[in-house]
Design a protein around this ligand. Structure first.
Ligand code: FAD
Length: 415
């Protein structure tokens, strides 16, 4: 029987960062995954470390936008009709959390985590010898019409209040930064302070390698075998049972598979998303991620090519992929940037794990001694992985947390 101080379930960017932070504090840690580190959701994101982010994605308040989604014409969202009854309660809670007052609450509650996001990555990248994957230069959000740009007023005012740097640009000024973009947009905002990652998989792998170098053990196993035995938590792995007094569930969209049987049922929704890489046509190039706001996609330059990522799809996590959003957004994307041939034969798909209030759960599991939760990072798991790792490691080791963890507690759901 092997025994460690802590077992971390899930070796995505969140779990791997937690394992690394615990190992740095001298704990004996096993990081358990059924795959190799970083191969699920953390593989396929747009690579943006969004230190600038203030407001979460909101439920559409414009009836026309909703109608477009309902009619399956919207590039930014798709859904499976048969899944609607199942997701309806979550959607209603998401809508309730999308009032201006609630969005402001979330912006303020999340700020301490976002404010540390870049510095925490920088520190781990440096010690993991992986700083070459970090690209500075911010990211660029493009607005084709006045309406979408006008809707930004509140966000820009709040950015000023928090001292977050940005530049509002016209078409030509934005094209000085990114000359390969066609002038199909009228406004842009350059969030200069944000950074991006040129290969998210390689970063999680580098953090896992650093974790191992500090004595952490990466174990293949099925998290669903977690149970209580002899006053400890026990996991059955291919290498035998593994015991620990403390366990962290960092399984992203898969967390309910383990928590449900333990009686912990928090309202996690999933926004599936896709990506595909394209070779740039001719000499075209991008030097930072670019978001086409009205069409809900991002073009992110990666080592593998230009990664085109889609918005949300509401469908069962394990239902077969339906990448119809590519057909809806490709004309806009190709009109913005000269995309050449796709690199892969079919798109990648993953699921963003989202609570209705867009905040993750970071803290103790209700009613289960020694069980900790760190999941539900929605659109920001890459951004917040290392900050989450530090916060929960500080909580688990009795150190003073770098910020008040109360806004991320599971208790906010009243269970
Ligand atoms: C298209 C898209 C674009 C995105 N863009 C960005 C972005 O630009 N910036 C940003 O910050 N975020 C972005 N995100 C969100 C981000 O990718 C996720 O929030 C993040 O990857 C979640 O990480 P995680 O570690 O919680 O989950 P995961 O990476 O899914 O890790 C969970 C791990 O648990 C393992 N697991 C599951 N079940 C079991 C089991 N039974 N036993 C053992 N192991 C198990 C899985 O194999 C996996 O490795 C994007 C997401 C998508 C889909």
């Amino acid at each position: 029987m092997a025994r460690v101080d802590a077992i971390v379930l899930g070796a995505g960017i969140v779990g791997t960062s937690i394992g690394l932070h615990l190992a740095k504090r001298g704990l004996a840690v096993a990081l358990v995954d059924r795959r190799a580190p970083g191969e699920e959701t953390s593989y396929g994101n747009a690579g943006v470390i969004e230190g600038n982010t203030l407001f979460p994605q909101a439920f559409p308040s414009d009836p026309l936008a909703l109608l477009r989604i309902a009619l399956k014409r919207a590039p930014e969202a798709n859904y499976h009709l048969t899944f609607l009854p199942q997701v309806a309660p979550w959607l209603l809670a998401f809508r309730a959390a999308s009032t201006p007052r609630r969005l402001m609450e979330t912006a303020r509650a999340m700020r301490p985590l976002f404010a540390r996001a870049i510095a925490e990555h920088e520190a781990l990248l440096a010690e993991a010898g992986a700083s070459r994957y970090l690209r500075r230069g911010g990211w660029l959000k493009l607005y084709r019409g006045e309406r979408a740009f006008g809707a930004l007023k509140g966000e820009l005012a709040l950015a000023q209040e928090f001292g977050i740097a940005y530049r509002a640009l016209d078409t030509e000024a934005a094209r000085e930064l990114e000359p390969s973009l066609a002038p199909v947009f009228r406004h842009a905002v350059h969030w200069q302070g944000a950074v991006s990652i040129t290969n998210p998989l390689a970063v999680t792998q580098a953090y896992a390698a650093r974790f191992a170098a500090l004595g952490g053990v990466v174990v293949r196993g099925d998290a669903r075998s977690l149970h209580r035995a002899d006053g400890h938590w026990r996991l059955d792995t291919g290498e035998g049972p593994l015991d620990a007094a403390q366990v962290v569930v960092a399984l992203g969209p898969f967390a309910p598979d383990v928590l449900g049987p333990l009686g912990i049922r928090l309202s996690l929704g999933l926004k599936r998303g896709y990506h595909r890489h394209y070779r740039p046509a001719g000499n075209a190039a991008l030097s930072r991620p670019v978001v086409d706001i009205e069409n809900g996609y991002c073009l992110a330059p990666m080592e593998q090519g230009i990664r085109l990522t889609t918005g949300a799809e509401f469908a069962a996590r394990d239902a077969p992929p339906t990448p119809v959003q590519f057909d809806r957004l490709l004309p806009a994307a190709q009109g913005l940037f000269p995309l050449g041939q796709p690199v892969e034969t079919s798109p990648w798909m993953g699921s963003r794990p989202c609570f209705p209030d867009s905040r993750p759960v970071i803290g103790r599991a209700p009613g289960q001694d020694g069980l900790w939760l760190a999941y539900g990072h929605a659109h920001w798991g890459l951004t917040l992985g290392p900050a989450t790792g530090r916060l929960i490691a500080e909580m688990m080791t009795g150190a003073t947390p770098f910020c008040d963890p109360a806004p991320y507690g599971a208790e906010r759901f009243g269970k």
